[in-house]
Design a protein around this ligand. Structure first.
Ligand code: NDP
Length: 507
């Protein structure tokens, strides 16, 4: 048997020489198929890379805990939300969205904020971002949107025309575009930014009642952003600066934390709220639905191995616990399928067996069997069907079931959702009411710096959308780009279809 520290092959045979391959001559020589260790070593190396995530490829992660400070059992039967003081272990992965694995951490992009809670009722994933809204609100647009944020098919280059062409033809993106081009689109690091579940979710309790809710994670470190110039400089000096910051802070014992809040809306309030509460391009105003503090997240442990724990971490909004259920948000409905499916492709169907992904607070007990990379004994000799009269396996009928929802007006159809004036209002509020004068100056120059690289007709089309959000906003972007503001104003007055036609060729 090999000594503990002796180098071995993958099958445990001691390796007598790891420096010299077997060849036919001393200085030059042909290699031989019978050098099986050389073949094993090269073959494994060639397979080191797994498919990169199509979005959120570059990320960093850490372990920690969620501590409940407010009992939420009147809203939900989720056990990790019952009993103030309860702690639940978690793993968080932060990421950029559009860049490849080697891209710079400081790129202008939303940041992924994905939380995996190892609850006593199995894993619960909150797969959010550092912005409370998203660019689109129907999952069918997602692949097109992502294509435009990545690389142009012929040149393989990022392309401002493609980026803005899609966004300017997708006016519901205006709110998220305004976030993205404010300095919150370039956070200083992962510790100094907020997180949001973004989509609306349902809490249900043991009385059969339900509530709609949203997650908010507010950084206790304070918000810190980069200017465009600082972000560009850091991209050259240290493209991994956010990963470094997170890892080194935790290593030094400076544990980042976030205060966790929920906004809660009753089903009655949802019927009359002036914004569609399930539309992910909108927030619920704080004045209408105050933030309720419910807990704290603390990150206090670095992973031991980046690939095993960060790269192989698999988050999916479909990973839920009893007491939490999806809302009819049309983007969320697509996400419920796409994330888990991405991991089936990237890591294989048995990715739930990878330690970072497997439940810790409750053991898995399924009748799912076999499949590629089944590595944990496959439930041995136990029966693999239910109901059965062999194993002691039962359903948890005592847990409150998902409440029955009346869908009185439901009709199966392709329900078009036109963009209306109300879709511009919240972007306008961000610009008018929330941003400071300096924030607005940066927003305008950040937009001009990027949109200026697109075709002129697309600059006009997009600037008309800024004008619709707030005339001052559109006027200032037009000024920074040298556009004729009268033309912008008249494009803003057109319908979306008319504006698309009017900007289909050079103006
Ligand atoms: P409030 O006026 O009560 O609070 C302003 C919100 O905007 C805070 O959440 C604040 O986050 C955030 N914020 C501050 N500066 C910026 C910035 N430069 N870029 C992006 N966000 C910023 O919010 P309301 O609910 O009345 O909503 C007004 C507008 O604020 C909305 O239209 C939306 O654009 C934006 N907003 C709203 C949120 C919500 O959930 N209601 C969440 C985030 C933004 P912080 O406290 O961390 O500084």
């Amino acid at each position: 048997m090999a000594e503990k520290d002796t180098l071995t092959t993958a099958y445990g045979r001691p390796v007598e020489n790891d420096q010299t391959s077997i060849t036919t001559g001393k200085k030059v020589g042909y290699g031989l198929l019978n050098d099986t260790y050389l073949i094993e070593k090269l073959a494994h190396f060639e397979r080191e890379r797994i498919p990169e995530r199509v979005v959120h490829a570059k990320g960093s992660g850490a372990y920690g805990y969620f501590e409940l400070t407010e009992d939420l059992s009147k809203y939900t039967c989720a056990k990790f939300l019952s009993g103030a003081g309860k702690k639940t272990d978690l793993f968080i992965r932060f990421s950029t969205v559009g860049g490849e694995q080697a891209s710079a951490d400081t790129e202008r992009d939303p940041r992924g904020f994905a939380v995996k809670l190892y609850t006593e009722e199995g894993n619960y994933d909150i797969v959010g971002n550092n912005t409370p809204v998203f660019f689109i609100r129907d999952a069918i647009k997602f692949p097109d949107f992502v294509h435009t944020q990545k690389r142009e098919p012929q040149s393989g280059l990022k392309d401002a025309t493609m980026f803005w062409d899609f966004l300017s033809l997708t006016p519901e993106s205006i709110h998220q575009v305004t976030f993205l081009f404010s300095n919150r689109g370039t956070p200083a690091d992962y510790r100094h930014m907020d997180g949001f579940g973004a989509n609306t979710w349902m809490f249900y309790n043991d009385k059969g009642e339900h509530y709609w809710f949203k997650w908010h994670f507010k950084t206790d470190q304070g918000i810190k952003n980069l200017t465009a110039a600082e972000a560009t400089e850091l991209a050259g000096k240290d493209p991994d600066c956010n990963r470094r910051d997170l890892f080194e802070s935790i290593k030094k014992g400076e544990f980042p934390s976030w205060t966790v809040y929920v906004q809660i809306m009753t089903p009655e309030q949802a019927k009359t709220y002036r914004f569609d509460p399930f539309d992910v391009t909108k927030v619920w105003f704080h004045a209408d639905f105050p933030l309720i503090p419910v807990g704290k997240i603390v990150l206090n442990r670095n992973p031991e191995n980046f690939f095993a724990e960060v790269e192989q971490a698999a988050f999916a909004p479909s990973t839920l616990v009893p007491g939490i259920y999806p809302s009819p948000d049309k983007l969320l409905q697509g996400r419920l399928f796409a994330y888990e499916d991405a991991h089936r492709y990237r890591l294989g169907k048995n990715h739930d067996l990878i330690p970072v992904n497997s439940p810790k607070g409750n053991r898995a007990n399924t009748n799912e069997r076999d499949g590629l990379m089944m590595t944990d004994g496959n439930y041995g000799s136990t029966a693999n069907y239910f109901p059965n009269s062999v194993n002691a396996q039962s359903e948890a009928r005592q847990i409150p079931d998902v409440p029955a929802l009346a869908l009185g007006e439901a009709m199966i159809a392709r329900h078009d959702l036109e963009v209306v004036e109300n879709d511009y209002y919240q972007a306008g509020e961000l610009y008018r009411r929330v941003l400071s004068d300096t924030d607005r100056d940066h927003l305008i120059s950040n937009i001009a710096g990027h949109l200026g690289g697109a075709l002129k007709r697309i600059q006009y089309r997009q600037t008309a959308l800024f004008y619709k959000a707030d005339p001052d906003y559109g006027t200032r972007v037009a000024g920074a780009l040298g556009l004729d503001v009268q033309k912008v104003a008249s494009l803003a007055a057109l319908t979306d279809t008319e504006r698309a036609a009017a900007t289909a060729r050079d103006l």
